[in-house]
Write a protein that binds this ligand. Structure first.
Ligand code: PEP
Length: 253
């Protein structure tokens, strides 16, 4: 049985003080849900320590939004997996479409980041998803498969405790246009069958596949009541405590 996961991606929002305030308002709302599903918060790097301190002792996990594949070295401005595990980070988002699009990250580089995460003892949340032109061209499943295979290519093992995949159609991220549950399910099934071919049925059955893309309290129930959808990666709505809590409650029920 896969334990559902809801992860809030705060992106580049919030000073350390603002992040602490958001974590403090989330804590009483999320704490009662912690025995029913897994919850993770991905604040900016500069807020990881403070948010980590706020959620210490709760069942909420800490996540990071990116990492460099290497453990250390002359990479000015970068953050390694080793630095993240030292802050008690458990998950790290890799291959987010904003990183792919705005920072030109390639499938190959994302595969190296996922491997760097695994080497540091982190669980990568590997984001995959088609853009609008690719969907209109009928290339959705091919694009997802290509991103997925490159993303996991260097992982030493692929199973429920070592990898999370997030299906995030690019056209749905931050646009208010959520995929329909049927569109998401088609992609999730394709992802799981690709994982099964690569890692075996048992490993594939244990990996959580999240949906991300304009999830709101209004759309969460329809999406998260479907058994193929193991949780959500939430951007904009994760910055409002009551909205993120409502989405998390929908995933828990
Ligand atoms: C995201 O950034 O991963 C995301 C899903 O954003 P939003 O919920 O704002 O679409």
């Amino acid at each position: 049985m896969r334990r559902r996961l809801v992860c809030g991606n705060w992106k580049m929002n919030g000073t350390e003080e603002e992040s602490a305030a958001l974590a403090a308002s989330l804590l009483p709302l999320l704490a009662p849900l912690g025995d029913r599903l897994e919850i993770a918060l991905a604040p900016p790097f500069t807020s990881l320590r403070t948010v980590g301190e706020k959620i210490q002792g709760s069942r909420i996990q800490l996540a990071a939004q990116d990492l460099h594949p290497a453990s250390h070295g002359a990479f000015t401005g970068e953050i390694s997996g080793r630095m993240l595990t030292a802050l008690h980070v458990r998950y790290v988002i890799v291959g987010h479409s904003e990183r792919r699009r705005l920072f030109r990250e390639t499938n190959e580089e994302i595969g190296r980041k996922a491997a760097g995460a695994a080497a540091a003892g982190l669980v990568p949340i590997l984001c995959v998803g088609e853009d609008e032109a690719e969907r209109l061209d009928g290339r959705t499943l091919g694009v997802i498969e290509e991103q997925l295979l490159a993303g996991i290519a260097r992982l030493p093992s692929t199973g429920g405790d070592t990898l999370v995949v997030a299906y995030e159609p690019v056209w749905a991220i931050g646009t208010g246009r959520t995929a329909t549950p049927d569109q998401a399910i088609e992609a999730h099934r394709a992802i799981r069958s690709c994982l099964a071919r690569r890692a075996g049925e048992d490993a594939a059955a244990s990996i959580r596949i999240l949906y991300g893309g304009s999830v709101t309290p209004e759309t969460a129930t329809a999406m998260l009541s479907r058994p193929d959808i193991d949780g959500a990666l939430v951007g904009g709505a994760s910055l409002v405590a009551e909205s993120f809590a409502a989405i998390t409650r929908a995933a828990a029920s």
